[in-house]
Design a binder for this molecule. Sequence first.
Ligand code: GLC
Length: 736
Amino acid sequence: MDKQAITNLLKKMSTKEKIYQLVQLAGGFYSEDEAVVTGPKEKLGISDEAIANVGSILNVRGAEETRALQKNYLAKSDAKIPLLFMADIINGYDTIFPIPLGQGATWNPELIKAAAAVAAEEAAVSGIHVTFSPMVDLVRDPRWGRVMESTGEDTYLNSVYAQSFVEGYQGEMIVGKNVAACVKHFAAYGAPEGGREYNTVDMSERNMREYYLPAYQAALKAGAKMVMTSFNTVDGIPATGNKWLNQDVLRKEWGFEGILISDYAAIKELEDHGIAEDAEQAAKLALEASVDIDMMTSVYAKNLEKIVVKDSEMAKLLDQSVLRILELKNELGLFENPYRGADTEKAKAVILSKDNRKLARKVVSESLVLLKNQEVLPLKSTQKIALIGPYATSPFLSGSWSFSLKTERTVTLEQAFSEVLPAENLLVAPGCLTVEPELIEASFGQYFPAEKTLFDEEGELVKALEAARKSDVVVMAIGEHYLQSGEGGSRGELTLPRVQQKLISAIKALGKPMVGVVFSGRPLELKAELPLFDSLLTVWFPGTEGGHGIADVVFGKVNPSGKLSMSFPYSVGQVPVHYNEFNTGRPLTESGHSKRFTSRYTDMPNKPLFPFGFGLSYTTFSYCDFKLSETQLVPGDKITATVEVTNSGKIAGTETVQLYIRDLVGSVVRPVKELKGFQKIFLQPKETRKVSFEITEEMLRFYTRELTYQSESGEFTVFIGSNSEVAKGINFILCK
Ligand code: GLC
């Protein structure tokens, strides 16, 4: 429809029809089974009329289901405006890719864009119109369970990935191929106090603008059609009711004209926050804060009418919200084709296709990070291998946000190893449960009834010891339970489950070479395990092709190239720990004070166990001849930084060359390093490549004392290396 037709449609709508467009309910409300609907309906207190006329629905699976739901809805609804279908496609639809924190370790934006395009196509043919992704929240605290959904601790890298995800999902917005992206969670959800889920976020505007907001801006610059509010407070006001954040920054300063959707029940929660006395005030606050869709509460449905009837300004805001929703539906072509893309036949051909699996396998192998290797990896198929640990056989490799829970499609480690090794060379024994049974009961609650496992702990331990004794090398597949991360998955400790620590010690006592393959949704605290393993790989939750991708690296088909996009702490006591910290007035390294009186711990190092940007290879790389083309930079000009990188080992490999810059003096303190560029290069043994980076004045801009975004004259240090602890720098002067 053309713009005028949309405006005419809006004029014809009743106030109730307008309000219902602002309501989003889960698919369960449209189940044929009345018993399924009754509970949630009563809990929400929402009317049948509202249910029959909502504007959008979340998390419905399958082309058949979305088509049937759309058909029945259009038959019953008054205004006959097609539904929008939205879903959490965070790391894939049915072909599940590694969790975003793993994708963040690939430093391969093009690959991530390709993976997002696959996720979009599988979703589009299933009738989904919008994905609640990318999640671009910057994270510095691995206690927070949702670090698994983020691409890490760096503003620049997260911004690069934000663009990749949005371009991958949206492409040319082709029917049956692309879906609209909804960037979340606006804003700064990744900085809850104590790393505790849904907890208070409190930071300066400067800190927010410098580190937390740019990735959302990058997603919007790439064309993201929607934004989702976050649960947390921003400067004392919950994001979902925050006019400064949503009206002044998002709409006026950034010019975003698309839909702003609340997070799940977040409008209702304005009451729990204590910012709204009742639902009516919550509705008013949210609409004034430009929130266009109320996800999964009846606050808008039950309160907006009385608000807009007595307040013409609020009536205008309502019309603006309805118009944004109608415009997205129109842009998606839903008025002409309400079943946009949903095609059961096409879905059969597209979903989990060989090509999609092949891509997923590639993303897995590029997301793995080799943390240690004392000449044990890669393994050979002639070796007798004991594959021990709960993740030896577990199909739960997709993390807590995988939209598809069909684990029978997941390639386990056992399956992948059995494709490489002759039967007599593979001995498999889980050895223990993933976590202590009582932990499942306590931590995962009603959502996942405790697995009453008839697990013979003693017997399984004996089998594992037996397998290890017969082997040449032990591969221990260990890690967190997938529900120990994700939403609601904050942890106060970051160590491996105790049952696994016991198993590792028992197997270690046999004296065999040991490889650790660690599954997790976050950086774990691995200082106790590090000395026990000859080689150590962190594999995140790798998804559908997890077993294959890991086997490709373990058996040397792929040389690992992953680099951490989030620091691994030496201890949870260091957290938040991140590479781009400030120097402080008493830095441990250069301070003139006695060691006692410097910025340090008395009982542990300042540095993380593994820093941002770290990752080993089966080969080695050397850097030499690092230089700058100039020692002075004037705005409009550029300095070229070059270095020669050599593959000094015996096998071909890929290195991610990283560029960091330090602003030595500013009108506010500046980080000791900031990532400003990277290049991923493939080198044959003994091959040398000159790598160049251009440095411009724009790259040196930041939020100054006056909160203006600009660079300041002065001295800078340039670093180029293989991770953020690179020490050797060269200086230049910016002259403005
Ligand atoms: C959840 C999450 C959000 C998700 C939404 C819909 O609570 O916070 O990321 O998109 O609800 O499932």
